[in-house]
Design a protein around this ligand. Structure first.
Ligand code: SAH
Length: 355
């Protein structure tokens, strides 16, 4: 048998002690264990890493979000001070592109107080290198100060833990990580009460309570004070059934049980559930629309052609490929969705509500 990862040894001991582990606990340990968690010590992004995100594909992505943030700032009445918040800022690339392009809006940069919600010490270090001083870090959104806020989250919610349930004989059972006959980890089913109508055998239901909790809290913030949020992630517009939990290591899919702590675990975001949670908190939601629709409406093509005019031939090709990757129908364009939430009383932010 291959050598288990340090985290695998720990998880196996926990299961021996407490019994099979719900997937949200497993996911939280794999991603966020203080020593062995996936995000805690490494930089997962880029060709050398495990996966790549939109801001790392092209600067245009962050620049267009910067324009959106600048418009939101104006909609908030151009306050003398506001909190510019990013959830799960990765390498800090998106924030740095936002700050560059939002300069077009007079007063924005001077008014912006930057807050990053980030649990990973390794990524905090990269964010500090990228963004310099004057940035405030938070473990969670609970410590964000009051006041007007613009909140951005790209590929944040997909990394938050979920639970899975499977239908068997007109009952729902929970999928949990337990131990097989050889002592290794296996996914099995455990009895668990669930207040949902029964479904056909084998149907999988996913529940992201920690995602919804954060969305509800954000929604409540926008009632207490003025604010706007932009949420970008991969997922589905309407709640449905199916197993979307996936593990990725070095740009390849693997089993969620393979090398715990060394693979990225994510699942599709249920935008219907997220939207309901934001609304429960009291915010008004807009969209979701596809990333393709969002980026094209925000001027992706015009910005790309301007950059291309100034670029050498080989760089032009890179820009063209990046545009295709971000907005192409069969690439990120349709799979990724963009949703906004605002305080009640604010007008619908562009490009939501436009045709
Ligand atoms: N937005 C970035 C990074 C996406 S990866 C980009 O688009 O490139 C997910 C990010 O969320 C990482 O920065 C990770 O460390 C952070 N993260 C994951 N779980 C978190 C949690 N529970 N609280 C705060 N940050 C978290």
């Amino acid at each position: 048998m291959r050598k288990p990862t340090p985290l695998e040894t720990l998880i196996i001991a926990m299961i021996r002690e407490d019994g099979p582990m719900p997937l949200d606990r497993y996911m939280a340990l794999c991603l966020g264990h203080p020593v062995h968690g996936y995000y805690m010590s490494r930089d997962p992004f880029g060709p050398e890493g495990d996966f790549i995100t939109a801001p790392e594909i092209s600067q245009i992505f962050g620049e267009l979000i910067g324009i959106w943030a600048a418009a939101a700032f104006q909609a908030l009445g151009a306050p003398a001070a506001f909190h510019l918040v990013e959830l799960g800022p990765g390498r800090g690339t998106l924030m740095s592109d936002i700050l560059r392009s939002s300069h077009v809006m007079p007063g924005f940069r001077d008014a912006a107080r930057i807050h990053l919600v980030e649990t990973s010490p390794a990524l905090r270090k990269q964010q500090a290198d990228r963004l310099g001083t004057g940035v405030i870090w938070h473990e969670s959104i609970a410590t964000l100060p009051e006041g007007p806020a613009i909140v951005i989250a790209n590929e944040f919610f997909d990394a938050l833990p979920i639970r899975q349930f499977e239908a068997r004989d007109r009952q729902w059972m929970e999928r949990r990580v337990g131990l097989g006959a050889d002592g290794g980890m296996v996914v099995g089913l455990a009895a668990q009460q669930l207040d949902r109508p029964p479904a056909a055998d084998g149907t999988i239901l996913e529940m992201g309570s920690s995602r919804d909790d954060i969305a509800r809290e954000l929604g409540a913030r926008f009632v207490a004070g003025p604010g706007a949020a932009l949420i970008i992630d991969y997922g589905h517009v309407a709640s449905g059934f199916g197993d979307t939990l996936q593990a990725v290591r070095r740009h390849k899919f693997c089993s969620i049980l393979d090398r715990p702590g060394e693979a990225d675990l994510t699942s599709h975001v249920d935008f219907e559930s997220l939207r309901n949670a934001l609304a429960q908190g009291g915010a008004v939601t807009h969209g979701p629309i596809t990333q393709r629709q969002f980026l094209l409406s925000m001027g992706l093509e015009a910005r790309a052609s301007l950059l291309s005019q100034r670029a050498k031939l080989n760089e032009r090709k890179v820009i063209g490929r990046a545009v295709e990757r971000l907005a192409g129908d069969n690439q990120m364009g349709n799979l990724f969705k963009v949703m906004a939430a605002t305080s009640p009383g604010l007008s619908t932010p562009y490009p939501f509500g436009s045709r």
